[in-house]
Ligand binder design. Sequence first.
Ligand code: BG6
Ligand code: MG
Length: 219
Amino acid sequence: MAEMDSTVKGVLFDLDGVVVFTDKYHYLGWKKVADDNGWNFDEEVNHGCRGVPRLASLQVILDHNKVELSQEEKERFADKKNEVYKELLKQINAEDVYPGVIPFLEKLRNAGIKMAICSSSKNATTVLDALDLTSFFGAVITGNDIEKPKPDPEIFLKGAASLGLTSDECIVFEDAESGVQAAHAAGMKCIGVGEAAHLPSAKTCITDYASVMIPVQTP
Ligand code: BG6
Ligand code: MG
């Protein structure tokens, strides 16, 4: 059981792997690029790509394989991964939404708690619109809106400011270690989504949104 205390006025959600299982499509996009080039890439390496921007994710894979490329080649492979990812996104549907997340968003909305998406992905708005989830969120901050990627706190500080809240009033849900670190660097509480073994900085982890107790708001 994870508890949100009564000081929480806003919830900042990462998107991929937290609200939607798009992380599996990110994985398949990189897998195609890796397989085409004979690079090793598996679920374990993929954990290092969670929450990490496109080119930096490619670097994780290149470092793992001890491969060096020119900037131009890196950009070409990152573009290729994004093409595969966007093609896969065409099949996205309600089954890709994290189980239990919609009832959880509804509970938060009914409790008057503000919500934002804070995702490193430049494709985040496409995903939210495709699944008709946009209206839950008072703010959507994406990879297009930030200069410094997670673990820098920029994205969460922008999310809180867009909701008109302070760091103290926000809690973050994250499936990436870099994202948990970003939330803490922003001075926010954070609940890890996924197995604790992959989220060493998270004090609390959940795999089921029904296990999160939400605060009753006092007027
Ligand atoms: C994050 C994903 O949300 O977005 C990463 O966890 C991904 O795997 C990153 O690399 C950037 O996404 P995109 O869609 O802009 O390439
Ligand atoms: Mg994520």
